[in-house]
Design a protein around this ligand. Structure first.
Ligand code: 5GP
Length: 176
């Protein structure tokens, strides 16, 4: 399970894992946020409406879910994860801190990996550089990132995302 502050590059590292280590099964989250340019339904996320998300929650179809940045809801569909694990596959979940805490309770055997930035300044640069959010949204994400950085000691392992390929390799090596 990979968590870490916003804009640290979790998505990029997960994409590198998919490319470099296709044997790893990667969970596709459901979200109520609209797609960004280039994002495809079923590949990056399952983009669902608020009522569809309500239904997933009501059906207990999510392993965990959270309202992220006070904006959109994100959740991990339960069935595909259980299926991958039953097949003996290595499963990777990319989630936020609130979600990680829920999974800690329901899957105590999972390994919790914290992806950190090389520095706070670099995190801010990445957040600004992405340029996909307006100022209010960026401030909200920075506030979330500060709280998330403080949670690093809750995790089993930390990886610094200075180099995407290396971070992806380090992550996969944790399975041994
Ligand atoms: P973004 O909108 O930039 O793709 O993602 C925003 C945040 O949502 C990231 O911090 C990401 O880790 C988190 N996130 C993505 N999928 C899930 C999920 O299934 N569950 C939870 N709890 N957080 C998620």
């Amino acid at each position: 399970m990979l968590a870490g502050p916003t804009a640290v590059g979790k998505g990029t590292v997960v994409r590198a894992v998919r490319r470099q280590h296709p044997q790893v099964w990667v969970s596709v989250s459901a979200t109520t946020r609209p797609p960004r340019p280039g994002e495809r339904h079923g590949e990056h996320y399952r983009f669902v409406s608020e009522s569809e998300f309500d239904q997933l929650v009501a059906d207990d179809a999510l392993l965990e879910w959270a309202l992220v940045h006070g904006r959109a809801r994100y959740g991990t569909p339960r069935r595909p994860v259980e299926h991958a694990l039953a097949e003996g596959r290595r499963a990777l979940l990319e989630i936020d801190l609130q979600g990680a805490r829920q999974v800690r309770r329901s899957m105590p055997g999972a390994l919790f990996v914290f992806l950190g930035p090389p520095s706070w300044d670099e995190l801010v640069r990445r957040l600004v550089g992405r340029g996909t959010e307006d100022v209010a949204e960026r401030d909200r994400r920075l506030a979330t990132a500060r709280a998330e950085l403080a949670a690093e000691p809750e995790f089993d392992v930390s990886i610094v995302n200075a180099d995407v390929r290396r971070a992806a390799d380090e992550l996969v090596e944790l399975w041994g």
